[in-house]
Ligand binder design. Structure first.
Ligand SMILES: Nc1nc2c(c(=O)[nH]1)N[C@H]1C(S)=C(S)[C@@H](COP(=O)(O)OP(=O)(O)OC[C@H]3O[C@@H](n4cnc5c(=O)[nH]c(N)nc54)[C@H](O)[C@@H]3O)O[C@H]1N2
Ligand SMILES: Nc1nc2c(c(=O)[nH]1)N[C@H]1C(S)=C(S)[C@@H](COP(=O)(O)OP(=O)(O)OC[C@H]3O[C@@H](n4cnc5c(=O)[nH]c(N)nc54)[C@H](O)[C@@H]3O)O[C@H]1N2
Ligand SMILES: [Mo]
Length: 747
């Protein structure tokens, strides 16, 4: 049941997981598939001879995997993939595209798995079935008719395997374009930019063992109870080993407060391990000021690590001067936190030394995100808390293989060294001009500069900012191609013609010429390992992502490419051999990845080797900033409920926050609601404000929730219509999904 009258509100929880989570996992699996398939699926999840969980990128423990190495939300992701429902040619004959656009994202996901390649011919009201060869020929005719290679855009979502991603970027570059936007542009791009500049590597520097042995962990802008539930057992171990956890989040999130381990007796009995020893609630985007306050304390107390700073860094003096002259009133006003809170946190870190900072979208999706993350790094450099056991930087990645896709070359501006190796391996001239990132791609589509939009997974329309603007852009393409497992809104808002190319999911057996294949992925801590699907595919007509990319590329590049697409398609070892020759650090790839658990890619900063122009780690000094709304307006963040994976909506509840049966909700500070004269659950209309005009989302229900005054929260993707296309983070281009200026009025 959906709709305003159905929504229920309860007290938020004070801890995450426990047996309720286990019950919820089984319920999702059993209601969506048969008991046998559910059991088979769960047995394969995250085992060394099984498949990688299709949910988040948190790493698997190396030594002590339990028989059920998964979490509630991993089980939901699996249930959504192995569901009984089927979206087949009869489904498309029954439902016109116009009709399907009226379905909610939840209903679209519930419809089930795509079974056949489908085509929407120009002017058609319905999709119709098409054979694979004909589909490849259809696409290839459009590619060949396209005047310029840069009129094609190749999007990638972070669930694609390394093998599929490597071939996808090869296809794009052999066609002649670097237009390779990906979900990372909307996700951790700010982390990559800040870290690459400061410490020479765009990836996290810690291992799971470091987390277990940290002295102190700062958890900033992240909701692990929902989005990285397996992280909670690592945090529990850290706490038991004596770590001091500090949560920094405008909202009190259950998973940061406590954890009931579902596989321990105490957890089953409902006893929770307290996690955060200190819980700080800054205003949205107040983090940079908070971190500057920590830095000021460390510098003024003289508790910085002078030896480390001397040996390993540049820019300390300028930075130290700036933090000394910074006044506390400004930091308090911008962060919404007290001087005492900043000093307390800094002094704890100064004593414990071994600091790990974990962060996710609460830090990366703001205008000043790169500067904020440089401030995280500044604090670590002051403490020498990087490149030693139990200390370092931990951007917690989203999609299960988003980090691997980037390693494989999914990036609109790969370095020349990569392009040189690619050219040598495949004997062609790789394009050198940078391509479009996500926002640039949307703008180009809107301006009519894109003829073909092709997506390797994902839901570009719903994930992107400014839904209506993006929809108009997609509508201006000649052809849109979607390689996907499940039906979503990006399949319904199409170019003049459209293809849906249905692929195998992670959990499904991938046979090529009768031989089972496996693929590889890289997790948030740079572990590369194999993933082998086990289950019978949802339909005999599905192809693997890898084989689909080969089919498309071979047809579209005929005469232009000497790459052995057939060999790649028949045996993925050939792809890995090519990766080994092109991508650094993949020596003996095929051998090493066959070892249980795989191997870890080296990380310079993790060993205090700085791959920066100065060969040192860099302090960064810029004025403190925070996004503030005009008087009478609010700052809105768009975030995830407990029942979704990005744009895939598994259910309509948000259990830990106490919300049932609804998603068109805006969480508000209770005092703000009073001032606007709003009652709980009252309907409101929201307007967002940006220099290029206003955007509207009507009929949201206001719910009082403990958070700083002036701040609000609403669910992604429902609130994406409000995120302005023009509002992107400086230096990383990430849409500012966590700081949208809005006004609210009763409906
Ligand atoms: N089950 C499930 N798992 C997922 C996903 C999913 O949708 N569902 N998505 C995956 C993906 S792609 C990603 S990127 C990750 C996302 O993981 P998260 O980043 O945890 O996801 P969000 O829901 O966007 O949560 C943002 C959190 O940051 C806080 N926050 C917002 N703004 C600020 C701020 O300015 N400062 C601070 N300090 N905190 C702030 C919010 O209150 C919220 O707790 O999860 C991954 N895992
Ligand atoms: N307002 C707002 N917008 C956001 C965010 C936010 O916090 N707020 N978060 C951003 C973030 S962090 C991210 S990562 C992006 C996510 O952006 P995307 O990665 O584009 O979106 P997803 O919802 O993860 O994609 C789901 C679709 O992927 C397809 N799929 C699932 N599994 C597979 C598979 O194995 N293979 C293939 N080929 N397809 C598959 C299914 O068809 C499914 O419908 O959204 C961003 N957008
Ligand atoms: Mo993400």
């Amino acid at each position: 049941m959906e709709g305003p009258s159905a929504v229920t509100v309860d007290e938020p929880s004070h801890s995450a997981a426990g047996t309720t989570a286990v019950v919820s996992s089984f319920r999702h699996l059993l209601t969506r598939t048969g008991p046998l398939r559910a059991a088979q699926g769960m047995m394969g999840l995250n085992q060394t001879d099984g498949f990688d969980c299709p949910s988040c990128a948190w790493p698997d423990p190396e030594d002590h995997r339990s028989a059920f190495e998964f979490c509630e939300n991993g089980a939901k992701a699996l249930a959504s993939e192995i569901t009984k429902g089927r979206v087949d040619p009869a489904f498309f004959a029954k439902h016109s595209i116009a009709e399907l656009t009226t379905w909610s994202d939840y209903q679209l996901d519930q419809a089930g798995r795509l079974t056949h390649p489908m085509v929407r011919r120009a002017g058609a009201t319905h999709y119709e079935a098409i054979g694979w060869d004909e589909a490849f020929a259809f696409a290839s005719a459009e590619f060949r008719a396209m005047p310029l290679a840069d009129q094609a855009v190749f999007y990638t979502s972070g669930r694609a395997s390394n093998e599929a991603a490597f071939l996808w970027q090869l296809f794009a570059r052999q066609l002649g374009t670097n237009n390779l936007p990906d979900c990372s542009n909307m996700c951790h791009e700010s982390s990559g930019v800040a870290m690459k500049e400061a410490v020479g590597v765009g990836k996290g520097t810690v291992t799971l063992d470091d987390i277990h042995h940290a002295g102190m962990i700062l958890l900033m802008g992240q909701n692990p109870g929902t989005n990285h539930p397996r992280m909670l057992s690592a945090l529990q171990t850290a706490v038991r080993n004596g770590a001091h956890l500090v949560a920094v989040n405008p909202l009190k999130e259950a998973g940061l407060l406590g954890f009931k381990h579902p596989q321990e007796a105490s957890g089953v009995l409902g006893m929770s391990t307290p996690l955060a020893a200190d819980y700080l609630q800054p205003v949205l985007n107040g983090d940079m000021a908070f971190l500057r306050g920590m830095a000021k304390t460390l510098v003024e107390d003289g508790t910085v690590d002078h030896d480390f700073i001397q040996a390993h860094t540049t820019g300390f003096e300028v930075y130290a001067d700036a933090v000394r002259s910074q006044d506390w009133e400004e930091l308090e006003a911008l962060s919404g936190l007290t001087r005492d809170a900043m000093q307390r946190t800094a002094r704890e870190a100064g004593q414990r030394r071994n600091l790990i900072t974990c962060w996710a979208m609460g830090l990366t999706q703001h205008r000043n995100s790169v500067a904020t993350l440089r401030e995280v790094i500044n604090v670590h450099l002051l403490l020498g808390a990087i490149g030693k056991p139990g200390a370092g930087l931990c951007p917690v990645r989203g999609h299960s293989n988003v980090q691997g896709d980037r390693t494989m070359g999914i990036f609109e501006k790969m370095p020349d060294s990569f392009l040189d190796s690619l050219e040598e391996e495949f004997k062609f001239d790789a394009p050198r001009a940078h391509g479009y990132d996500t926002v640039a791609a949307i703008r180009a589509m809107h301006a009519g500069k894109v003829q073909i939009f092709a997506a390797l997974g994902g839901n570009f329309l719903q994930a992107s900012p400014d839904t209506e603007y993006t929809a108009e852009g997609l509508g201006r393409c000649r052809l849109t191609i979607q390689i996907a497992t499940k039906l979503n809104r990006s399949h319904l808002v199409t170019g003049r013609s459209a293809l849906i190319l249905p692929c195998l999911g992670r959990s499904e057996e991938d046979l090529r010429a009768g031989v089972p294949q496996f693929v590889t992925v890289e997790d948030s801590m740079s572990m590369v390992h194999a993933s082998r699907g086990k289950l019978t595919p949802a339909s005999p007509h599905l192809m693997s992502e890898t084989a689909i990319v080969c089919g498309l590329a071979e047809a579209a590049l005929k005469g232009k490419s000497q790459a052995p697409w057939q060999d790649f398609s028949n045996n993925y070892d050939h792809i890995r051999d090519a990766v080994e020759r092109v991508v650094p650090d993949f020596e003996n790839f095929n051998d090493r990845v066959r070892h249980p658990g795989g191997f870890r890619l080296p990380n310079g900063a993790g060993r205090r080797v700085w791959d920066t122009p100065s060969k040192k780690a860099g302090f960064h000094t810029v004025p403190v900033s925070a996004f503030q709304a005009a008087p009478g307006r609010f700052v809105l963040q768009t975030f995830r409920s407990h029942d979704q994976f990005n744009t895939t909506i598994y259910g309509l509840n948000d259990r830990y926050r106490g919300i049932g049966h609804g998603r068109r909700i805006i969480f508000m500070n209770p005092g703000d609601m009073k001032r606007l004269g709003l009652k709980p659950l009252q309907l409101v209309d929201i307007t967002s404000h940006w220099s290029d005009g206003t955007r509207h989302a009507d009929g949201f229900q206001a719910i009082p929730y403990e958070m700083p005054e002036g701040n609000c929260a609403a669910y992604y993707p429902e609130a994406n219509v409000l995120v302005p296309i023009g509002s992107a983070a400086e230096f990383s281009g990430t849409p500012t999904s966590k700081s949208v200026e809005i006004s609210i009025k009763p409906s």
